[in-house]
Design a protein around this ligand. Structure first.
Ligand code: HEC
Length: 129
């Protein structure tokens, strides 16, 4: 093969590689954004009654989530959502995907941790009783 042609092929390979990489990144970004949005909707449906639309809580009755250190503790969060707490009710209707999306939203909104919570990581968690 001619040297010039060879060089062009190399250039194309680099370009294709680059394009598919950036496509990959934006696919993850889209998935992340979907988790945040759906998680936010689930939060409004299942959590906002007590913890408030802006996570402000309600005096001594319901803790605010805006300053909560528990949002990044996936074990704790998963189990309080699934099983409830002393006063917080259990959410038996929520799937692990829903919990992953809620967790992603909570971290994004109040923990400023912009990482996705994967459903598999929620599924691995065993809660007492
Ligand atoms: C009926 C009211 C109510 C609802 C609905 C509710 N919670 Fe709670 N939540 C509470 C109460 C009360 C506590 C304090 C612990 C306890 O007494 O159970 C709490 C505690 C928490 C905590 C721990 C906060 C901390 O810093 O200690 C987190 C996180 C939390 N809830 C998340 C959620 C999420 C996510 C949802 C929706 C899936 C939700 N809660 C729905 C009442 C509620």
């Amino acid at each position: 093969m001619e040297r010039k042609t060879k060089r062009w092929i190399n250039l194309w390979q680099i370009l294709i590689c680059y394009l598919s990489l950036s496509a990959c990144t934006s696919k993850d970004q889209i998935r992340y954004e979907q988790f945040v949005i759906t998680g936010g909707q689930l939060y409004q449906q299942h959590c906002a009654n007590c913890h408030g639309e802006s996570g402000q809580g309600l005096r001594e009755l319901y803790p605010a989530l805006t300053e909560s250190k528990k949002l990044e503790d996936l074990n704790y969060l998963t189990c309080i959502i699934r099983k409830g707490g002393d006063k917080m009710p259990a959410n038996k209707e929520l799937y692990d995907l829903d919990i992953a999306q809620i967790s992603t939203f909570l971290k994004y909104r109040w923990a400023k941790d912009k990482t996705i919570t994967e459903t598999e990581d929620v599924s691995k968690i065993q809660c007492a009783n």
